[in-house]
Write a protein of this length. Structure first.
Ligand code: MF3
Ligand code: CO
Length: 290
């Protein structure tokens, strides 16, 4: 903990004295740290001003996903989805966060059936009846980031794929219900994992969610294979994603050797993912994007 006098300006740049701003919160965090808990550092606790800008970013993010929901259909290419995302993001004054991120070549991820995540849009990939597809949109607006993804069922899909999509959404909702200050990320993770395994599914271990706000990916890493009461303490002002990847079959995955991005299930059974972005509030949570 840094040593700031009670009457010094708060570390968060609010202009308030420390004692009138983050002092009480820091003291509570310190009691958890002394007990051995993993606690968030100051730089991942967002201020009200930052949260307002993150909400503006999320407004664009949500509108793009709403547009995709209204227009996605059998026969279109995933390149078309990429164009929608690029044009609408730029039109709104933003930048698609995935574009050129660690060399990623497109503006959005479109992951179909046995693709777990990071499916790369292409003019050669056409959506067909029976596909389940995750569209993952990430938005940078004036340096503030939002990130969410939804599943879309193309035409009539099999009952078992529909069920995977529905249960995965329920996993996110049950995880979300666990988010409250002075709880733990593991509370959320266990709720996600329990619901997936009770339904005969497996949870991808290696890839998870992340803190987000002033950068695309911030601390903490957010997994879904963890026990209640473990992982990072939840503190008001934290913003992170809940985005479990749930496999119909086994948990094993591999990365496409050619493009070095796209992740597939090893058994080639379908995988589903929904992603929301959540703020920890004084009383519980606020969904920032979905
Ligand atoms: N929303 C995904 C994530 O949370 C998107 C990754 S974008 C990519 O990481 F550029 F890494 F593909
Ligand atoms: Co994400």
């Amino acid at each position: 903990m840094e040593l700031i006098g009670r009457n010094d300006p708060c570390w968060c740049n609010s202009g308030l004295k420390y004692k009138k701003c983050h002092l009480a919160l820091d003291e509570t965090i310190e009691t958890y740290r002394r007990k051995g808990c993993i606690v968030p550092s100051h730089n991942i606790l967002k201020t009200p001003k930052q949260i307002e800008k993150i909400r503006e970013s999320a407004k664009i993010n949500i509108a793009i996903l709403d547009y995709i929901a209204a227009h996605i259909k059998e026969g279109i290419t995933t390149e078309q989805i990429d164009q929608w995302v690029y044009e609408r993001t730029v039109q709104a004054g933003g930048i698609p966060a995935p574009l050129n991120f660690e060399g990623y070549p497109k503006s959005v991820c479109t992951s179909i059936n046995d693709q777990v995540c990071h499916g790369i849009p292409s003019p050669d990939v056409r959506l067909k009846e029976g596909d389940i597809v995750n569209v993952d949109v990430s938005t940078n607006y004036q340096g503030y980031f939002s990130d969410s993804s939804r599943m879309f069922c193309i035409g009539k899909v099999s009952e078992e794929k529909q069920r995977l999509v529905t249960i995965t959404k329920e996993c996110v909702q049950l995880g979300l219900a666990q988010v409250k200050p002075w709880g733990f990320l593991g509370d959320m993770a266990q709720a996600v994992h329990d619901h997936a395994s009770q339904n005969g599914y497996s949870v991808v271990r290696e890839i998870g969610g992340h803190g987000i706000g002033l950068a695309f990916h911030e601390e903490p890493w957010v997994g879904y294979v963890a026990k209640r009461g473990t992982q990072m303490l939840l503190v008001p002002g934290m913003v992170f994603t809940i985005e479990p990847m749930i496999n119909m079959g086994k948990e094993g995955i591999y990365v496409d050797e050619e493009n070095e991005w796209t992740v597939y299930t090893e058994d080639h059974l379908p995988s589903a993912q929904w992603e929301i972005q959540v703020l920890v509030t004084e009383t519980g949570y606020e969904v920032i994007s979905y």
